[in-house]
Design a protein around this ligand. Structure first.
Ligand code: PRE
Length: 617
């Protein structure tokens, strides 16, 4: 296919380069000899007529006179009411298009409006090339095209010409003033006849525009009116960017044959997903304001779980993976909802939702702070130490199971401090997917600590069942089948939609209390009626007694005393104690003399509510 570009101005050059880059045979013809590449225009299959509008008629006459073939002509003029009749009169087959270009940063074709189609093979090939480039194709009638262009071009040119008339170069400028001057200069470089034709079509739009200017001129005298107009316009432009994108989306089809087209389609879809997530967040922020007014928590797990279940039912894809995406979207949404109220702090705890730590967190902050779930104490401590989370909740002791050793060991290793403690009464329940006789339960799933707290019940009622440990009580929910049961809190059972077979199965009825530490990255500034610390003494008789004597002499009661291997030498131990006193610098000085090592883990009081707004740190 041999292509002639008739008129090698700005538009002509674009088409010339476009087809040369795609390996076509292309020549330029121009009245300017420096741009002209051919003497003979008779042997071309396609001729793009890119002359100024006032010269189209002459160009068509020239082509008619000189051509031997029956070329397909391409009309690229921007006022179709003017050009199309001329092409029709010429008697040639022609394709009439209006190419629209991308923004400043992207000068390639972004949109091709087809006004007159042609059944010729060459026309199909040309349009395919534009589609491959990623141009969106819209079909409009001649009248419709000119009507829309009269508005789009007519008003913007009018505005720029008015601006040019008041523009003054003052040697300094703002970005917007400069940008407008640049745009106006661009318009003024073009052929005035074409711009006059555009303005002729835009008479009505110009009139409306001038009326609007006068209306605004009056309204802007009033501050409230200005604010209203300003904010309404802001919304209008936001929405129009969005609806433009949706229009692009609606034009995508699945009939692609080439990689570039498919990639473009996906990039449009990605952009739509992104804008939809942003829109989703904006609406959720409005929900957040309502929730605050109604004193409801930001997080509503019931709403979330219901939505996720619905999504999983609806998707044709891997529902587990799709659910993960939506969980992530909800996390982003919640973070934005929280930040609306200036809440950016997060709490790390052992999850999943419904765990005992989760119950504590909800009790402490009423889920006014975003919660980050981890699988074990070590991970929670690391998250706090690395500032992935601002606070952490870790279990330290249970009335039945005793000290939570992994917590002690992790406190020793990580750069965190305890700034508070809180207690939770733990009530274990035996749960299952549906009602089941105890004798038919083959397996019991739960966390080792929960199992150890319910041993009497298990021995008496479920002696035949095999115990299988899981990393958390509510993780057990995931592995349940029709012949197994799990031990977890009533809260976790509710969250996992499980049946409670028996409540309160723990050995010590009413007294199964777990104590939790509230931790944060070490600041060294903790205060409270209790001090937690590690210390080590020389390996000789009476060394520990001397330390204990200090506490005795000062009348400090010890709530707890544990020893843990130092993990350096066999037989080497580190002691952990909770002293019922706010140890002063003086107390610590005395300690230093009698110990080989000591470390204050924190001074703290019992906390029953954490005020998300006044948390320091
Ligand atoms: O429905 C709400 O309350 C919301 O704030 C929205 C949303 C969500 O992203 O879907 C976010 C937080 C809630 O936990 C539940 C749902």
């Amino acid at each position: 296919m041999k292509i002639l570009i008739y008129g090698v101005g700005k538009m002509g050059s674009f088409f010339k380069d476009f087809f040369i880059q795609r390996q076509y045979f292309v020549k330029g013809f121009d009245v300017d000899p420096s741009k002209n590449e051919v003497e003979d225009i008779s042997d071309f299959d396609v001729i793009f007529v890119c002359t100024p509008m006032g010269q189209i008629k002459k160009a068509l006459e020239h082509i008619k006179k000189d051509t031997r073939k029956n070329p397909l002509l391409v009309d690229v003029a921007s006022v179709k009411g003017f050009s199309v009749p001329l092409f029709k009169e010429s008697g040639f087959d022609f394709l009439s298009v209006h190419p629209l270009f991308g923004d400043e940063a992207n000068v390639s074709l972004s949109h091709l409006i087809i006004v007159e189609e042609s059944q010729r093979e060459e026309a199909w090939q040309i349009i395919e090339e534009f589609k491959k480039e990623g141009a969106l194709i819209t079909k409009l009638s001649c009248e419709e095209h000119d009507k829309q262009m009269a508005k789009i071009q007519g008003i913007s040119h009018f505005l720029l010409l008015c601006f040019a008339s008041v523009y003054e170069d003052m040697g300094f400028s703002t970005r917007i003033y400069k940008a407008l001057a640049k745009l106006a200069a661009r318009v003024l470089k073009e052929n005035w006849e074409m711009y006059h034709l555009i303005q002729k079509n835009a008479e009505e739009h110009r009139k409306q525009f001038v009326e609007k200017i006068l209306e605004f001129n009056k309204a802007f005298e009033d501050k409230t009116m200005f604010e209203k107009i300003f904010l309404d316009l802001r919304n209008k432009l936001n929405d129009s960017a969005f609806s433009g994108l949706m229009l692009e989306l609606s034009k995508l089809n699945e009939d692609y044959s080439n990689l570039q087209e498919m990639r473009y389609a996906i990039s449009v879809i990605d952009e739509v997903i992104l804008r939809l997530i942003e829109k989703r967040v904006e609406i959720a922020k409005k929900i957040a304001i309502k929730k605050m007014e109604l004193q409801e928590t930001i997080e509503n797990t019931e709403v979330e779980e219901e939505k996720l279940a619905k999504i999983a039912r609806k998707t044709k894809l891997n529902s587990w993976e799709v659910e993960k995406i939506f969980r992530q979207i909800m996390d982003v949404t919640k973070a934005e909802e929280y930040s609306l109220f200036g809440i950016k702090k997060t709490i790390a705890l052992i999850g999943p939702k419904g765990s005992f730590s989760d119950e504590v967190a909800v009790k402490l902050v009423g889920s006014r702070l975003p919660l980050k779930y981890y699988t074990n104490v070590e991970e929670v401590m690391k998250a706090v130490e690395n500032k992935e989370a601002d606070y952490g909740i870790v279990p330290i002791e249970n009335t039945i199971g005793g000290t939570v050793i992994p917590t002690l060991d992790a406190l020793m290793l990580h750069d965190v401090e305890v700034f508070g403690e809180t207690k939770l009464e733990v009530n274990h329940c035996l749960v299952a997917k549906k009602p089941i006789d105890f004798k038919n339960i083959k397996y019991i799933y739960s966390h080792p600590q929960a199992v150890s707290q319910c041993m009497n019940f298990i021995t008496n009622y479920l002696p035949h069942a095999e115990i299988r440990y899981t990393s958390s009580t509510s993780d057990a929910a995931k592995v349940l089948d029709d012949f197994s049961a799990a031990i977890m809190s009533e809260n976790a059972a509710k969250l996992n939609k499980l049946q409670v077979l028996r409540k309160g199965i723990q050995d010590l009825q009413e007294r199964n209390i777990t104590r939790f530490y509230l931790i944060r990255k070490r600041t060294g500034n903790t205060v409270g009626k209790i001090t937690s610390l590690f210390f080590a003494v020389e390996n000789k008789p009476g060394a520990l007694k001397k330390v204990l004597d200090i506490f005795y002499a000062k009348g400090f009661n010890l709530r707890k005393l544990e020893s843990r291997p130092s993990k350096i030498l066999p037989g080497d131990y580190v002691f952990f104690t909770e002293v019922e006193a706010n140890l002063s610098d003086e107390d610590i000085k005395e300690l230093r003399q009698l110990t080989t090592f000591y470390r204050i883990v924190g001074r703290f009081d019992e906390i029953s509510k954490l005020d998300a707004f006044s948390l320091e740190g």
